[in-house]
Design a protein around this ligand. Structure first.
Ligand code: NDP
Ligand code: AKG
Length: 431
């Protein structure tokens, strides 16, 4: 149900004081810490602590039984100095205004780290899509699109999939928007099915980039993939694709999880035999011989841990029990700011979300280009260009990591924030 929510930046600050560390808290801490590494106008940093706009809508849904329920939806637009707002839409009961703002901030940095001509946004609906029929999800998505119609568009704000949404929802968004505009507008959204202007390889892309960056990090730390053990939390768009590719490339995937727990095998689980979230939600534990809890997955003694489900899973409470030698963030914001500092003290490298899972938005950019040009790329071209972009971004971040004796996250922020700050200073921010 829709409820009263704050409408000013001060209100957001006040709300944060009452709650445990939110995505917005974490994102702000990270921004302000990283800003100290570079020569950036403090006014720009002040500006970047706040979203440009947060749109809150109420979405009425007629259920299959004829009753009407109201859902709360958001679109937080953080910064557009480098191009149109870009970022996913999440369907999850935990969606909040603060979460969307924090996730939108991360999109701004992510697009800049990848040097894409986009800003950052994120949105979502407070709903568990598993509680709705397919028809209900379609009606909800079409109505949500109508409510956002005036603030999205191919040159203003371009949504994409995130947790709980996928290509089907993106197709409905494109259709609902196109009907309103009276012209087919594929570029309003990315992550669509290829038959209506989606890019081949987009669904796999965030997991593919996590796998590529894990491969690069393993090479950097001298872990040959054939001798590397990996635990993955989450078996959706990000986790399943990352696990399967790393499995194909020789790593041993000892655990993968769904919301109820993990399939565990120290000799390696068969990642191709386990259904992904998209194929069958909550199926990982259903067919597993041996299961462990989601908490245990995070504490396994493995070379690489990939949290690829929800945010805030590594906190001050469990960071002391983390045994992995290296963490690659598949999810957005899986580690709180406090836990991140403890991992740095413990010498456990963390490759950040804004680099590792950036393959999703990078292939979204390829999709947007294909839509503008009305010309589809082959899967080989998409994967080759993604590989090149990810390796270039890895090298750019590695240079800053080494030059500043920083964490990998600080290295990524230095790359992204420098580009954003230069753009703000060049465009002239103030009236
Ligand atoms: N999709 C995209 O393009 C991108 C997504 N991301 C980020 O990656 C993360 C995962 O997104 P995505 O893969 O798209 O999501 P999906 O909805 O495809 O999959 C989510 C997975 O996480 C599991 N899961 C859900 N809740 C929990 C929980 N509380 N604890 C443990 N596991 C849980 C689900 O299990 P079950 O099947 O049981 O529901 C499922 O396996 C999010 O942080 C998202 O923001 C980042 C970049 C791009
Ligand atoms: O593809 C996109 O535009 C955004 C994907 C996303 O939401 C993310 O990277 O977190």
């Amino acid at each position: 149900m829709a409820s009263d929510t704050p409408s000013t930046a001060e209100d957001v600050d006040a709300r944060q004081d009452e709650a445990p560390e939110s995505a917005l808290d974490t994102a702000r801490h990270q921004l302000n810490e990283a800003a100290a590494f570079i020569d950036v106008d403090p006014n720009v940093v002040t500006r970047l602590n706040y979203p440009a706009a947060v749109h809150e809508v109420t979405v009425p849904l007629k259920r299959d039984d004829g009753s009407v329920e109201m859902y709360q939806g958001f679109r937080a637009q953080h910064d557009s100095v480098r191009g149109p707002y870009k970022g996913g839409l999440r369907y999850h009961p935990g969606v909040t205004r603060e979460e969307c703002i924090g996730l939108g901030m991360w999109m701004t940095w992510k697009c800049a780290v990848m040097d894409l001509p986009f800003g950052g946004a994120k949105g979502g609906v407070v709903v568990d899509p598993k509680d709705l029929s397919d028809d209900e999800v379609e009606r909800l998505t079409r109505r949500f699109t109508n409510e956002l119609r005036n603030v999205i568009g191919p040159m203003t704000d371009i949504p994409a999939p995130d947790m709980g949404t996928g290509s089907e929802e993106m197709a409905w968004i494109m259709d609902a928007y196109s009907v309103q505009e009276a012209e087919t507008t594929p570029g309003v959204v990315t992550g669509k099915p290829p038959v209506i202007g989606g890019s081949k390889g987009r669904e796999e892309a965030p997991g593919r980039s996590v796998a590529i960056i894990t491969r690069e990090a393993c090479e950097y730390y001298d872990f040959p993939l054939e001798e590397t053990t990996v635990a993955v939390q989450g078996f959706g768009s990000v986790g399943a694709n990352a696990a399967r590719l790393l499995d194909d490339w020789g790593a041993t995937i000892v655990a993968v999880s769904d919301v109820n727990g993990a399939a565990y095998d120290p000799d390696g689980v068969d990642t191709r035999a386990i259904p992904t979230h998209d194929e069958e939600p909550e199926a990982v534990t259903k067919y597993a011989d041996e299961t462990i809890s989601n908490e245990d997955v995070l504490e396994l003694d493995v070379d690489v841990l990939i949290p690829a489900a929800v945010g805030n899973v590594i906190t001050e409470n469990n960071v002391g029990d983390i045994q992995a030698a290296l963490i690659v963030e598949g999810a957005n914001g899986p580690i709180t700011f406090a836990a991140d500092s403890i991992l740095a003290e413990r010498g456990i490298p963390v490759i950040p979300d804004i680099l590792a899972n950036a393959g999703g938005v990078t292939v979204s950019y390829f999709e947007w280009l294909q839509d503008i040009n009305r010309r589809a790329w082959s899967l080989d071209r998409v994967n080759d260009e993604l590989e090149a972009e990810m390796v270039a971004a890895w090298n750019a971040v590695r240079e800053e990591f080494e030059a500043h004796d920083a964490t990998w996250r600080q290295g990524a922020y230095i790359v992204g924030l420098s580009r954003i700050a230069d753009a703000h200073e060049s465009r002239g921010l103030w009236p």
